[in-house]
Design a protein around this ligand. Structure first.
Ligand SMILES: [Zn+2]
Ligand SMILES: [Zn+2]
Length: 328
């Protein structure tokens, strides 16, 4: 049946709307979400106490255990939520998908589905009001402020233009969505707290607060890509965009710091031109599972395409951030 005039007009205007580039940091009255403010404040206060306990009372095994969980959960985000599910930069067999889903559940950062929707919005509408953590609103908003206020109307309006069909069809992610609260609660808070108490006699007070310290680290490490990675650094691949290459963020996020490269070639599984960068543990993790046979179809930007792009739009710095003019 042909659409009536009213329907045709709304379809047309929606298509036109989709093509419009959203504004950057237009005037906007923030609506604070107080439960989020209280929750994040509480996490950081408990983390500060956890830091005190870590240097005064905690067993070294509790600290080591939480450190391992911290890095595993980072990999759950960088390899799973980011490179595999948001960007489809490689494919993974079911066992690896289950491992990555459980590792991502340790981050306490909602489900992969949530993460992917926000991240695909971030890439499609980078540095505009439709970018959930729009860095043109400043460092604090890009880092954590965006979690403390209601989403911008542009984010709400354009969410429907993001194709999420692959995520909704994925049985592992459907399972995580269905039992999200139980899985994430168990992996992020219960398991890290119970294991030190049960296996080496840590007290509940110490185990819980070190777990909160780990949680605060996870939140802030991940968010540096949005804040630091869109503020300071060099733009080897495209000087016209805000994302930067930044070594601090590279170290903290196990290989996600070459963010200028990543925004130019988001489908490259290395997330950097030179995947053998010593901090890129995410790439090494994928390579290991490629050898096992659980990761396959790894995508990489060809060298000559990268070189052409550097020549055409780069800021004149090389991969390590040195400008040719500095060297000669
Ligand atoms: Zn970005
Ligand atoms: Zn990305």
């Amino acid at each position: 049946m042909a659409p009536n005039a009213e329907e045709a007009t709304s379809v047309l205007s929606e298509a036109n709307f989709e093509k419009l580039v959203p504004p950057q940091a237009s005037p906007w009255k923030y609506e604070i979400v107080y439960p989020s403010v209280v929750a994040l404040l509480a996490v950081h206060i408990m983390a500060a106490y956890g830091l005190f306990l870590a240097v005064t009372t905690a067993c070294w095994t509790t600290i080591l255990y939480n450190y391992i969980l911290l890095e595993l959960s980072m990999l759950g985000t960088t390899v799973g939520a980011h490179r595999l599910w948001s960007h489809k930069s490689f494919k993974a067999k079911m066992p690896l998908q289950i491992i990555l889903m459980l590792m991502q559940s340790m981050t306490g950062q909602f489900t992969v589905t949530n993460w992917v929707r926000d991240h695909r919005m971030h890439h499609r509408y980078t540095d505009t009001d439709a970018d959930p953590h729009n860095p043109t609103r400043g460092f604090f908003f890009a880092h954590i402020g965006w979690l403390l206020v209601k989403k911008h109307q542009e984010v709400k309006n354009r969410g429907k233009f993001i194709d999420m069909s692959d995520i909704y069809a994925n049985p592992v992610l459907r399972f995580q969505r269905k039992y999200g609260l139980a899985i994430i609660g168990f992996m992020t808070f219960v398991l890290p707290t119970v294991v030190p108490i049960y296996f080496w006699g840590e007290t509940l007070n110490v185990a819980w607060h070190i777990c909160m310290l780990k949680y605060a680290f996870i939140i802030n490490k991940t968010l540096t890509v949005n804040s630091v990675g869109h503020t300071w650094g060099y733009k080897t691949y495209d000087k016209n965009i805000q994302p930067t290459n930044n070594t601090i963020s590279e170290v903290l996020t196990l290989g996600e710091g070459y963010h200028n490269y990543h925004h130019v070639f988001p489908w490259d599984y290395r997330s950097a031109e030179f995947g053998d960068s010593k901090f890129n543990l995410s790439k090494r993790f994928i390579d290991f599972f490629a050898k096992v046979g659980w990761a396959f179809d790894l995508k990489m930007a060809p060298k000559h395409v990268i070189d052409r792009r550097v020549e055409r739009t780069g800021d004149g710095s090389d991969f390590w951030g040195y400008k040719k003019a500095d060297l000669y």
